[in-house]
Design a protein around this ligand. Structure first.
Ligand code: ADP
Length: 562
């Protein structure tokens, strides 16, 4: 029995008295013997514990092994809007929505059957229900207590509605940002596509004017043509880069990773860059010529694009008669670092912060230098897609070092770095295919300017005749009637498109053997829209380069004869 006494000094003490009867041989109580203990310390610990539970921020509810509530603190009252009396002695499932209550009963039953507890000490998210029926998400952690063979469970419950709302709005915001980004990329992609078609005509006809042997240009006309070409090419670069950035951002750029011999690749890029460097008296040193370097894993075309961009910047932003050094070395963590050092205008601290942002052209000095401000943005993204890294150091007025790091490749099987370079040194005018044969070539194209341009290209080829039709059905009919040696097929045709038309031709016995070259303002779009059962000899992107188109046509004709 417990007693509470007040001492003369006012202090309260708690005593615990235990007595037992002592019996004689007749079984009669002779006297009581017992002991009294001072349990003041224990009681105050108990009270402190009770106060902690009562005032805890988290809701604390205890139940027995039948699910009957034995105690709950004030936070639980507030959270569930019930008073203690309304809950004590009732099943805890009243604090849960129906579905959750069912699960809880099963859980307890499972525990009683097997004594296996699954959520104890782990914690999980649950749905809880208030007195007014409203439900809310909560985080529940449960502890088991076993006293004198009796099992009880204490649950700590935290309302996580706000956290959940924040999570949901974060997900919504992320989805929205992704959607907007996709829409932007699609817009950029279709805009670039629309710009390429007229550009094709501008650049193509400028080239035609230049190469027309019957009407050579006067020096003034040549100068104007040069300006048209320069403006057109700048616009083309811009369109291509915007399109490329849009593709990267939309996650639509595929890389073809292989083992790359850096020495050969750097040499190739240095030779190209050297031509423009020499024009300005800039001396380019290739420091990797005589060293041994491990091979790296990269997409070779993209790597060349990156190196050419760094080298072309090193030329553009250099001073006349300056220096450029391209160097490479193995660094730690199985990477190779390639660096391009220049003695150019360098970057200020402010400029350094913005250098990888798209469309940022920095400093007054760059105003007269041609550029788009997208090159480095693309370069960095490409390098990161290749599992590499990129950075720079720069001193205003002194020069800059731009470096890239790529992982070493230990894969010797897929070494394509020594593949044959194609011979693209054909002259602009002259026969194609076998000079002794005559070829009939069909071009299916609805755009008049493109058609006219191609007619002009073929005017300079003595052993080929070009016929042009402006829609897919006429193209199919022409092919069935005349069996041309080669078909060039625009993809974006009105009505039936070029892919469908090619499918028809390749299913037809009489025309299935004719090679078809796909011509499209967007190779990427063309490739993506193409079904597996259609095969193109090659894809040519508009605006097409006259020499490139000649080479492809030539290769297609030769491949048929081989
Ligand atoms: P672009 O050269 O087409 O303008 P980039 O994205 O390649 O675009 O470069 C962005 C800007 O960074 C450039 O406009 C130039 O101001 C600055 N920059 C790039 N490379 C160098 C360099 N080697 N030295 C000084 N400034 C540079």
């Amino acid at each position: 029995m417990r007693y509470r006494f007040c001492r003369p000094d006012g202090r309260i003490i708690h005593l615990f008295e235990e007595t037992e009867p002592v019996l004689n041989e007749m079984g009669k109580v002779v006297f009581y013997q017992g002991a009294t203990r001072d349990i003041t310390e224990m009681v105050s610990t108990e009270q402190r514990y009770q106060a902690v539970v009562e005032n805890a921020v988290e809701a604390i509810i205890s139940i027995n092994d039948k699910g009957i509530v034995q105690s709950l603190n004030r936070a639980a009252e507030r959270l569930f809007q019930y008073s203690v009396d309304e809950v004590l002695g009732r099943n805890v499932s009243m604090l849960m929505p129906e579905e959750e209550a069912g699960k809880h009963d099963q859980y307890l039953q499972h525990y009683l059957d097997t004594r296996e507890a699954h959520i104890i000490g782990v914690g999980r998210e649950v749905e809880a229900r208030r007195k007014d029926g409203a439900t809310f998400p909560a985080f529940l952690s449960v502890n088991k207590l076993e006293v004198g063979g009796e099992v009880s469970f204490t649950g700590l419950l935290r309302d996580i509605s706000e956290q959940k709302e924040a999570e949901t709005s974060l997900i919504l915001a992320k989805n929205e940002a992704e959607r907007a980004n996709r829409a932007k990329s699609e817009f950029l992609s279709s805009m670039s596509h629309e710009l390429r078609t007229p550009l094709n005509a501008v650049l193509g006809f400028a080239q035609m004017l230049e190469f027309n042997p019957d009407e050579p240009l006067t020096p003034t006309q040549q100068e104007s043509v040069n300006l048209i070409k320069r403006g057109g090419n700048h616009l083309l670069t811009l369109v291509n880069e915007v399109l490329e950035l849009a593709k990267i951002e939309a996650g639509r750029l595929d890389l073809s990773m292989e083992t790359v011999d850096l020495i050969a690749t750097i040499e190739e890029c240095a030779v190209i860059a050297n031509a423009t460097a020499t024009d300005r008296g800039i001396h380019l040193t290739n420091a990797v010529e005589d060293v041994t370097l491990p091979k790296v894993r990269a997409d070779i075309t993209r790597l060349k694009q990156v190196l050419l961009n760094l080298l072309s910047n090193a030329v553009k932003y250099n001073r006349d008669a300056g220096h450029i050094t391209i160097d490479a070395a193995k660094i730690e963590n199985d990477f190779v670092r390639i660096s391009v050092t220049d003695t150019g205008i360098g970057l200020s601290e402010r400029e350094k912060k913005k250098i990888f942002e798209p469309f940022e052209r920095l400093g007054k000095q760059t105003e007269d230098i041609e550029g788009t401000g997208i090159g480095l943005t693309i370069t960095k993204q490409l390098i990161e897609m290749m599992d590499g890294d990129m950075g720079f150091e720069s001193e205003l007025g002194e020069g800059s070092v731009f470096w890239i790091e790529l992982p070493i490749s230990y894969d010797v099987e897929r070494d394509h770095s020594n593949r044959q370079k194609s011979d693209v040194t054909q002259s602009y005018v002259g026969s194609i295919g076998n000079p002794d044969s005559h070829y009939d070539i069909l071009y299916v194209e609805d755009n008049k300017a493109n058609a006219q341009l191609m007619v002009k290209v073929f005017d300079s080829i003595p052993n080929a005749t070009l016929s042009v039709v402006s829609d897919a059905r006429s193209g199919i009919q022409y092919a069935k009637d005349n069996h041309p040696h080669l078909i060039m097929m625009d993809i974006n045709l009105p009505g039936m498109n070029g892919v469908e038309a090619t499918k028809v031709l390749q299913r037809n016995k009489g025309t299935s053997h004719i090679p078809v070259i796909a011509i499209s303002a967007s190779i990427w779009r063309a490739r993506n829209g193409i079904a597996e059962d259609v095969e193109f000899f090659e894809y040519v992107e508009k605006p097409f380069d006259l020499t490139e188109i000649r080479d492809i046509v030539d290769a297609a004709l030769k491949s048929k004869e081989a």
